[in-house]
Design a protein around this ligand. Structure first.
Ligand SMILES: NC(=O)c1ccc[n+]([C@@H]2O[C@H](COP(=O)([O-])OP(=O)(O)OC[C@H]3O[C@@H](n4cnc5c(N)ncnc54)[C@H](O)[C@@H]3O)[C@@H](O)[C@H]2O)c1
Length: 253
């Protein structure tokens, strides 16, 4: 799909990858609606792109509806819903983590996309056109030993995208899942890594990732990755699951 002229909602676009995509997609000619739980980020990014925005916690279904309503009032039917907001949560190696973190991770990484699909899919199906895009993580293809709730709910996010693609691609809906490795966004920078950690030198910038997403959306590929790390993990599981588990080096994501 070419983004020019398309109405695009990007969640978590008050900073990080979402902000870079809001700017880049606007440069492609898209009409971008900015939404984030951080009101200052929404204000900053929507002013910068000359667009509209709404500060909202998208784990609440009514808030997702309000964002969709704003998009439709401002620009018309929604062509692309990009479920990108995510929270990495604390690093707790070997800890199965507490219930509130599981609940909030499930709500944000899975249910917020379910709410968006409920809201935008009927009109997309009527037109036989539309794009559901989600950011999961490379940990959805692998795992991350120090973040149980994040790893498992990102797997679920990928599983939801797979299901959406299987169910709706035959009816004209495009579905993609972005499974990036570490990116130089506030999420990674707040991860408490030492300043000389190699990942801080090798991780791509959000702008580079936004370029990648424009190309991938154009190609309408289901799985979008930024390295062979995830596909290699999948292949390793398939080849020898036990060996893969024994060799896990916790990635960042
Ligand atoms: N940064 C990385 O290394 C990395 C790696 C793999 C995957 N990811 C994924 O990429 C996506 C983008 O993350 P990022 O790196 O830009 O992180 P980020 O923290 O910079 O941006 C995430 C944005 O989501 C917003 N957000 C959080 N909870 C929200 C909620 N309930 N409602 C609305 N907005 C909410 C935050 O305010 C923030 O602006 C996330 O899904 C993340 O899990 C990040």
């Amino acid at each position: 799909m070419k983004l020019a002229g398309r109405v695009v909602v990007i969640t978590g676009s008050g900073g990080g990858l979402g902000e870079a995509c809001a700017r880049r997609f606007t440069a492609e000619g898209a009409k971008v609606v900015v939404t984030d739980v951080d009101p200052a980020g929404v204000e900053r990014v929507s002013s910068a792109i000359g667009g509209v925005g709404l500060a909202a916690d998208i784990t609440v279904e009514d808030n997702v509806r309000a964002v969709a309503d704003l998009a439709r009032r401002a620009y018309g039917e929604i062509d692309v819903w990009f479920s990108n907001a995510g929270v990495a949560g604390p690093r707790q190696p070997g800890d199965v983590q507490a219930n509130p973190l599981w609940d909030s991770s499930w709500q944000l990484h899975v249910m917020s996309h379910v709410y968006a699909v409920r809201e935008v899919l009927p009109a997309m199906l009527e037109r036989g056109d539309g794009y559901l895009l989600q950011t999961a993580s490379v940990v959805a293809l692998s795992t991350q030993a120090e973040k149980a709730a994040y790893s498992v709910t990102k797997h679920a996010a990928l599983a939801l995208s797979e299901w959406l693609a299987a169910a709706y691609r035959p009816r004209g809906i495009k579905v993609s899942c972005f499974c990036p490795g570490a990116m130089l966004t506030p999420m990674l920078l707040a991860n408490g890594l030492p300043a000389d950690h190699p990942v801080l030198r090798s991780a791509p910038t959000p702008d580079a990732q936004a370029d990648r997403l424009v190309r991938a959306i154009d190609e309408e590929r289901f799985l979008i990755v930024d390295s062979e790390q995830g596909p290699d993990a999948m292949l390793a599981k398939l080849t020898d699951y036990d060996r893969w588990i024994d060799g896990i080096a916790p990635p960042f994501g």
